[in-house]
Design a protein around this ligand. Sequence first.
Ligand SMILES: [Zn+2]
Length: 264
Amino acid sequence: MFHRVDLDGFAVEAISRNVARVSYATSLMKRGVLISTTEHLLSAFIGTGIDNAIVELDNLELPILDGSARPFVELIQQAGIRKQRRPRTYLRIRHALELHEGDKFIAVYPAETYSVSYTINFPHPLIGKETFSVELANGNYFREIASARTFGSRQDEQTLRNMGLIRGASRENCVVLTRDSVENPPLRFADEFVRHKVLDLIGDLALLGKQILGNVVADRAGHAMHTALVSRLLRDQTLWEETTVEDQRHAVLTSDQALVGQTA
Ligand SMILES: [Zn+2]
């Protein structure tokens, strides 16, 4: 739940129904009140196993920070996570759902855990075709995904600034691509780009409102297809069931992982 403290705490729920505009980032809107660039923080929440939080912000855009989810994860760890009494509800996929749009593809398949596989094919000497697959368990999110930064060109930057977004500095909050290299090396992973797409996808799927149990596969998708998958899933209740699983295997992380400062 987002609260715009600059607008008397106006509340915008982080749910599919409020998805407003998706191009470079995912934005929520309710009665004209915008919350822009939600995906990195929501990804950090899923990655740290949080499904109940109030986010207060005093502007329409979430801070981009270093362009990854790592600063959010670190702050969540510092603040601590309160375990609640009520069992967590998961959305368990029962039947496959596949969406195609030109050569783009996104799908979700039944599985007992949450896993993501992403393929990109980006015409750049450092990128090209990359696939990254990860099961969101055993701290994999922290090690493999959280630090991967967003990337873009100087041209993208100008477009975003014209849209009134990314008001901060740029070299510090994304990997800036030049024609054949990056302007601000080093990369954090050789395949940082596709890992960041996984980070974005996890953040967009958080708009389901529940953690998913399923295998999500994406090929050259983007925010628009991520959020389309979410709304198509929610519309067809024969594709999934709600379940509360006690088994820690199903959780994104187990209780002994990284929940420093956990309160009672
Ligand atoms: Zn992103």
